[in-house]
Structure formats: structure tokens, C-alpha cells
Design a binder for this molecule. Structure first.
Ligand code: KG4
Ligand code: ZN
Length: 327
């Protein structure tokens, strides 16, 4: 079955065609990031207006790149939660209209669950159950995944998301938005043990907290006066503390739930140092770690089409009353 996926939960407008939940025929992503960077973060009103302008063209491009005609689409899957209200509404309205005009079903997909599914695209299947860690700009969550329709939250951030912490620290260091990639680049030149930053402990061991470490960086950086070498040491020390904490908690989740498989996804999963630390810690924890290819860590519609197909095959259905959910 050929599935069209639509993803508009944040600043991206994406459309993808995926065959049988696995083969990515096309995956077009258009970002309005350049229009947000001068504001230091995503401006929801700008995002949704640009998505409205982009969505038809992005979908046509995806169809053309895949060599697929509209009439061959068997199912339309769309992110309906969580995300920015106006952005989600654009994608959902478009998906519903397409499903009516093509006379095919529409299915709503959860954005976080689709980040997990990015590991299953163009890849060998991973055995169920597994622990999933989603680290993105909006979320930091651990899940116990028994099946794609049986995903249970087992830990989450109590304050900032992991990617949000990278974004805020980058802002403090004057590195621009989004903050993950420039911090990763700067950290290569810094000493990760120069500053003893620590993520705050949480009452429940599988929860996360990043707001304290962000404040510690703020005090260390003392405004804009910090010198370039010290900036690199701050970036490296911050990244090291975050990556170490996230890896330790994810391995602890695998131990606690007695599953030797850990599936990672979301924008922060593109971080090379994070991948390295996870792979270093995994053998001692007896865990096999999976990461999607880096481009599939970011928001994209292929993961939506893929997960939607799997859920549809398991009997999931939506109708035109499908609404957006913000959380
Ligand atoms: O999953 P995503 O594309 O969008 C959300 O659903 O939030 O994630 C975006 C987040 C941003 O906070 C960005 O700074 C972070 O992922 N990010 C990174 C890296 N690339 C993107 N964080 C650390 N290292 C990276 N290389
Ligand atoms: Zn995302």
C-alpha cells in the first residue's frame, strides 16, 4: 500500500510517500527556519502562515519525486498531536481534504511515536518490545514499547526539553537558533571536563530536568563577555553533562524494564557525541542501541506515513471528526 504522510507539527512542512510502512519513495521537507532565526525561536504565527503557502507544493513535489499518481495513494496519514495549534491545523485540514477528494481513509498519528518509527524506515525490523527515548526540541520522553499501538510513557522531562536546553544555551553563547548543531560544532574545540555542569536529579529516576544546567551555564557565561576559548569549553562541558545523563537514564530504563533494546529518535539524536556515548555505554549495560539516519531524526513525513501504515494494519481508524491535540 502506498501511504502519503503529512507533517506540520512545528516549523517544517513535510510530505512523504512510503510503501508498506518501510520503503521511502520520497520525503520532502521544507523549513521556515530562516524566517524565525532572528527571533531566537519558532514564531507560531509565521510557521503556520508559511505552511499554508508551502503544503500543496511540497506534496506535489513528493508525488513527483516518488513517481506516484494521486490515484495510487491508499491512505493519508497526518500528525495531529502534539505540536503548535495553527501548524497542526494546516496539515490536518489539508489531509482531510485530500482524503475526501481521493476517497481514501485519513489516519491521525502522534508526533512522538512517529519519531520512534523513524528507526524502522528502510531498515531491518527491530524486535519488540523495546525502550524508546525521544529527545527533541519539544520533548524528552522515555517509552516502553510493547507494540506500535501499545506505547507507555515511563519518564519525561519536568521542565525544559533536551533540544530546548541546547537552544537556550546556544542563545546564551550567542550561537543562534536552532542551537544543537552549533553547540556540537563548537564543543569539538572545547574541553568537556573544564566545567562541572550537572543535570538536576529528579525524584523519579527516569524523569529528566534541564532547567538547572541551563541556569548554571548562564551564570558561567556571565552575559556576552565570555571569551571564545571559554565558550567552546562551556559548550563541550554542557553537551557532555546532558549526553551522559540522558544515556545513563536510558540504560537504566532498559534495566528496569528488562529489555535489551533501546531505540532513540528526535532532533537531538543527530548529535554525534551523543551517539558515541550511547554506543560506549551500551555493551556494559547489555543493550543494543538503534539510531535513525541523521536526516530522519528531524521532523519529517516519512516517519508519519510509516507508523500510520502499521497502525492502520492493526485496525486503527480516524474519521473527519479527527481534531488536533496540543499535548
Ligand atoms: O525533532 P526535531 O526536529 O523537532 C521537534 O520535534 O522538536 O528537533 C529539533 C531539536 C532542536 O532543539 C535542535 O536544537 C535539536 O533538535 N538538535 C540538536 C542537533 N540537531 C538538532 N541537538 C543537539 N545536537 C544536534 N546535532
Ligand atoms: Zn519532532
Amino acid at each position: 500500500m502506498i501511504v502519503l504522510g503529512i507533517e506540520t507539527s512545528c516549523d517544517e512542512t513535510s510530505a512523504a510517500l512510503v510503501k508498506n510502512g518501510r520503503d521511502v519513495l520520497s520525503n520532502v521537507v521544507s523549513s521556515s527556519l530562516a524566517f524565525h532565526s532572528k527571533y531566537g525561536g519558532v514564531v507560531p504565527e509565521i510557521a503556520s502562515r508559511m505552511q499554508l503557502e508551502a503544503i500543496v507544493k511540497v506534496t506535489d513535489t513528493a508525488l513527483r519525486q516518488a513517481g506516484i499518481k494521486r490515484q495510487n495513494i491508499g491512505l493519508v496519514c497526518v500528525t495531529h498531536a502534539p505540536g503548535l495549534l495553527g501548524s497542526l491545523v494546516v496539515g490536518l485540514s489539508f489531509a482531510k481534504a485530500l482524503s475526501v477528494s481521493l476517497r481514501v481513509p485519513v489516519l491521525g498519528v502522534n508526533h512522538l511515536c512517529s519519531h520512534i518509527y523513524a528507526n524502522f524506515l528502510d531498515a531491518r525490523p527491530i524486535r519488540l518490545p523495546f525502550v524508546a527515548l525521544i529527545i527533541s526540541g519539544g520533548h524528552t520522553s522515555l517509552f516502553f514499547v510493547r507494540d506500535f499501538n501499545a506505547i507507555r510513557s515511563i519518564g519525561a522531562t519536568l521542565d525544559d526539553a533536551c533540544g530546548e536546553a541546547f537552544d537556550k544555551v546556544a542563545k546564551i553563547l550567542g550561537l543562534g537558533y536552532p542551537g544543537g548543531p552549533p553547540i556540537e560544532r563548537l564543543a569539538l574545540r572545547g574541553d568537556p571536563h573544564k566545567f562541572r555542569f550537572k543535570c538536576s536529579e529528579t525524584r523519579r529516576p527516569l524523569d529528566f530536568s534541564f532547567s538547572g544546567i541551563k541556569t548554571a551555564v548562564l551564570y558561567q557565561a556571565k552575559g556576552a563577555n565570555v571569551r571564545a576559548p571559554e565558550k567552546a569549553d562551556i559548550a563541550a562541558s554542557f553537551q557532555e553533562a546532558v549526553v551522559e545523563t540522558v544515556a545513563r537514564k536510558a540504560m537504566a530504563a532498559c534495566r528496569r524494564y528488562k529489555v535489551p533494546r533501546l531505540v532513540v529518535g528526535g532532533g537531538v539524536a543527530a548529535n554525534s557525541r551523543l551517539r558515541q556515548v550511547f554506543r560506549q555505554q551500551a555493551p556494559a549495560a547489555g543493550v543494543e542501541v538503534y539510531f535513525p539516519p541523521k536526516p530522519l531524526c528531524m521532523d519529517n513525513a516519512a516517519m508519519v506515513a510509516g507508523l500510520g501504515y502499521r497502525l492502520y494494519m492493526k485496525g486503527a481508524r480516524s474519521d473527519l471528526s479527527l481534531g488536533v491535540e496540543l499535548n
